[in-house]
Write a protein that binds this ligand. Sequence first.
Ligand code: PLP
Length: 478
Amino acid sequence: MKTIFEKSIAGRHGVDAGTPEDNTAKILDAKFTRIAEPKLPELSELDVIRHFTRLSRMNYSVDTEFYPLGSCTMKYNPKVNEAAAVLPGFKALHPFSAYLDAGSCQGALELIYRSNALLCEVTGMKDFTGQPYAGAHGELTGIFLIAAYHRKKGNKKKYIIVPDSAHGTNPASAAMAGYAILSVPVDKNGTMDVEAFRAKITDEVAGVMMTVPSTLGVFENRIKEIADIAHSHDALMYYDGANLNAILGKFRPGDAGFDVMHINLHKTFSTPHGGGGPGSGMVGVGEKLIPFLPVPRVVKNGDAYSIDSNFPDTIGQVASFFGNFGVIVRAFTYIIMLGREGLINVSEMAVLNANYIMAKLKPYFDLPYDRICAHECVFSAKRQAKSGVYATDIAKALIDRGFHPPTIYFPLVVEEAVMIEPTETESKEMMDSFIAAMIEIAGLAQTNPGAVRAAPVTTETCRPDETKAARELKLTCF
Ligand SMILES: *Cc1c(COP(=O)(O)O)cnc(C)c1O
């Protein structure tokens, strides 16, 4: 039997609109031209359309379903972003143009320059780089910047402090950059335990990585104190700004004493993500770290934009050219479209929506940190686990009911964690139907736990062995 990926039939083809005369072969030396025709699948146009349309329908996406995946900010990506990204002046631009003839790409350079300036305004940082391809890459870049700062000053530093509620990428990035990790627990409010922090910090600490609001969805309210302690040891403050959805126009990390941060444009600023799609983890810095920023940097002289790589203390290049430029175009479009009031509204609605879900589900699920939440709320399925229904079973049962599951088993400090982030782009009706599904599943966990454990029953595949699937990935056989 043919798998769903092998559809080629010898001799079948689509419409041939003819090919423009191609002189490449005449120009190129024979040793660079193709020896044999490539073995391409032979398909009709309809075969191709059906194949990709069918595959797209097997996928969950924000464009089809509610996607409350906590810590991932799966908000709707406005289609106007896509229209801007395919403008020929952006899409067809060769990245070398900026090196060879900056005059030919003023629009693109201006967009990079203004994106940096807009993000400075949003975060209180003093400059940005758009090179890093993702949040984790931004963290690594940020830690490299911290390391360069200490190297320049001759500081001997060994450690990075990370709270135990942090995203796994935080300690991983610090370790990749050569530091050992000191972990600090969260207190009963879900915020960093300041006494434990005080006990850990020494002059050998290079930096402190914090996530605000923390991954438990609660605001860290002793940042000033923590930053003052860190700075008294010349340790720099790193802000994990993967998710800014709760703080736009409300709180600026730069004003609170943070020295460096990354932002996931593919979360807060509505560029597509998931499935490994291109992201952008732009990194912002305060005054102290500007000299170390990656090159090339876009600079402005009078009305003209150009690039400059002549910064002697730079950490160099962390990505090719200017990072994922198309992603920056999308995020810039989103920011310009919303403006100041629009961005503030984003955060207010994101926080309101998360608190609405939290309040409605509180009678049915345990809530380990019971206080007003930020853009996401974290429940525990401990109560359901007593009857043998675990967070993973609840997730599978939601799939049957047409929802993407929330994040489960993260943050690690919450047993049977169920982390829900609705984002500002969902309607009350959509959230109500999700809430109804969660309440129904909580009820089933008491009356018929087997039915929840059997889920999903409506999907292409049932439950894979997740460990095996991750280690022996098979993509071609169903
Ligand atoms: C998503 C996320 C990251 C990592 O971002 P990637 O783009 O997936 O590398 C880091 N920290 C937090 C808090 C996140 O939610």
